[in-house]
Ligand binder design. Structure first.
Ligand SMILES: *Cc1c(COP(=O)(O)O)cnc(C)c1O
Length: 406
C-alpha cells in the first residue's frame, strides 16, 4: 500500500461531499475535468505570509506557477510584484493590469524581441548572462531608453533539501557570483538603470532551518557583491523556495520561524544594504493549495486482484501528480473520492489512472480509499501550482481541463 499525501487545511465536507469554500463539489459535476481555484484561499495565503514576514519585505508572485488570467488578476491585487519568465507572461501580466514598475523578468534565453518589449515597457530585467546584458545595452541604446537591469546571481550555495536545485555549482541560471562585480561596473558604465540582485537558490523546501540558512547566506552574498562592485544595492530579490506538503510525512514549512529569522537578519544587515529594498518571490506556496483538480470516474476494472479506476482526466492536465514533473520516486499526491468523504471503510490496493494510453498516467497508486465506483468524483489536491499550464494538454487529444476560480 502507498500512502496518500496530506489534504491541505481549509477544506470541509457536507453530506459526504468535499466542500471548496462553501460549495460542495457536485456544483462542478458537469464540468470535469476541471481545476477549481479558491480565491478566498489565495487571500488567506497572502495574508498569512504578510503577517509572518517583516513589514519591509515585498512579496512577489512568480506567475509561472499558475498563469490562468483570472487567477493572475486576483494575485496582482494581493501581492507587491510579479515575476515573469517569458514574453508571453509579460503580455498576460500587462493584460492583468500590472504596472511595469512592479514586474521583473528572469529566465535564460530571452530573445531580442522579449528584451525590447521589456525595455520599452520599463520592467526590470534579471540578467542571466553577460551576453544578454550586452544585447540589452544595445537594444536600450537603439530605443533611446535606459534599461532597468538587475543581475541574477548564481550563488555559491544551494537551498538545502529543496526539490529542484537552482544554484550552487555549474547552472544554466544566473551569472556566477565571482563574475558579478565586473558586470555591475559594465552596467553602470552603459548608462542603464542599476536595479540590484536577484538570487534564487532553490524550490520546494519544507525545512525552515534550510530556508533561514539560505536567506542569511543570500543577504551576506548581496552585501559582499555590493562591496566588491563598489555600489549600493537598490533592490535585492531573495528568491523563495517555500514548499508545500505533497506527500505522506511532509509537514508545512514554519513560515513564522522564517519570518522571525529574516526580521533579525534584515535589522542587523551590513551598511551597504541599508537602503536596499528586499523582496521574496513565491509561486507554489501562494497558489498550490488553493487548487483542486476534479475528475469523474469513467470506468472501474479489476486486474490480477487490483482495482483500476479510470478518470476523465489524467497526466495531460496534472502531470506533477503522476510523478513525472521533477520527481525521482513516484509518490501519491493527496487524493480523495470527493463524493464519499464520510466513508470510513477503506479498500486497499486501488489505483486511479488517467485516460491516456501510457502506463505513466497514474494519479494515485495502490492506495487505500473508499471503494471507487463509476461516476465518482476524484479530487487531487495541491493542484493550484504547476498543474494546467505545466502539463502536456495536447498529448492524445483529449483537450484541456476547464479552469474555474470562484
Ligand atoms: C519557478 C521560479 C519561482 C517560483 O518557484 P516556486 O517553487 O513555485 O515558489 C521563483 N523564482 C524563479 C526565478 C523561478 O524560476
Amino acid at each position: 500500500m502507498k500512502k496518500l499525501g496530506p489534504i491541505p487545511d481549509g477544506f470541509t465536507t457536507t453530506n459526504g461531499e468535499l466542500v471548496i469554500d462553501g460549495a460542495p463539489v457536485s456544483h462542478w459535476a458537469g464540468q470535469t475535468p476541471a481545476f477549481v481555484y479558491s480565491a478566498a484561499m489565495l487571500e488567506r495565503r497572502v495574508a498569512m505570509l504578510r503577517s509572518a514576514m517583516p513589514d519591509e519585505l515585498a512579496i512577489h508572485y512568480a506567475m509561472k506557477a499558475n498563469p490562468f488570467p483570472p487567477l493572475l488578476s486576483r494575485m496582482a491585487g494581493l501581492v507587491d510584484g510579479l515575476d515573469i519568465a517569458s514574453g508571453g507572461e509579460l503580455r498576460l501580466a500587462r493584460e492583468a493590469g500590472v504596472e511595469p514598475a512592479r514586474i521583473s523578468f528572469a529566465g535564460p534565453g530571452k530573445d531580442d524581441g522579449e528584451l525590447s518589449d521589456a525595455i520599452m515597457a520599463g520592467i526590470t530585467l534579471n540578467l542571466e548572462s553577460e551576453g544578454e546584458a550586452r544585447r540589452a545595452f544595445a537594444i536600450g541604446e537603439r530605443l533611446g531608453i535606459a534599461p532597468r537591469l538587475a543581475i541574477r546571481v548564481n550563488p555559491d550555495f544551494d537551498l538545502r533539501g529543496s526539490g529542484m536545485k537552482m544554484g550552487g555549482g555549474p547552472r544554466q541560471f544566473g551569472i556566477d557570483a565571482i563574475r558579478v562585480p565586473a558586470l555591475v561596473r559594465e552596467i553602470l558604465a552603459s548608462g542603464a538603470e542599476w536595479r540590484g540582485f536577484h538570487i534564487y537558490a532553490g524550490s520546494q523546501a519544507l525545512d525552515a532551518a534550510a530556508v533561514i540558512e539560505t536567506q542569511a547566506a543570500t543577504i551576506a552574498l548581496a552585501a559582499r557583491l555590493g562591496e566588491e562592485s563598489g555600489v549600493p544595492v537598490p533592490h535585492c530579490n531573495l528568491g523563495g523556495g517555500f514548499g508545500i506538503p505533497y506527500f505522506a510525512g511532509d509537514t508545512p514549512l514554519d513560515i513564522g520561524a522564517v519570518g522571525r529569522a529574516l526580521d533579525g537578519q534584515l535589522s542587523k544587515r551590513p551598511a551597504i544594504l541599508r537602503d536596499t529594498a528586499f523582496a521574496i518571490e513565491l509561486g507554489r506556496w501562494l497558489v498550490g493549495e488553493a487548487g483542486v483538480y476534479l475528475s469523474r470516474v469513467l470506468d472501474v476494472k479489476e486486474s490480477h486482484g487490483e482495482i483500476f479506476a479510470v478518470i476523465d482526466g489524467g497526466l495531460h492536465h496534472q502531470l506533477a501528480a503522476s510523478g513525472n514533473f521533477g520527481t525521482v520516486v513516484r509518490r501519491n499526491y493527496p487524493v480523495a473520492i470527493a463524493n464519499r468523504m464520510d466513508t470510513l471503510t477503506m479498500e486497499r490496493g486501488q489505483t486511479i489512472v488517467g485516460r491516456l494510453c501510457t502506463p505513466i498516467d497514474r494519479i494515485a497508486e495502490n492506495a487505500a480509499l473508499p471503494r471507487i465506483e463509476t461516476g465518482d468524483t476524484v479530487a487531487v489536491f495541491c493542484a493550484g501550482a504547476y498543474g494546467a499550464s505545466a502539463s502536456p494538454a495536447d498529448f492524445l487529444g483529449h483537450g484541456k481541463a476547464t479552469e474555474i476560480i470562484f
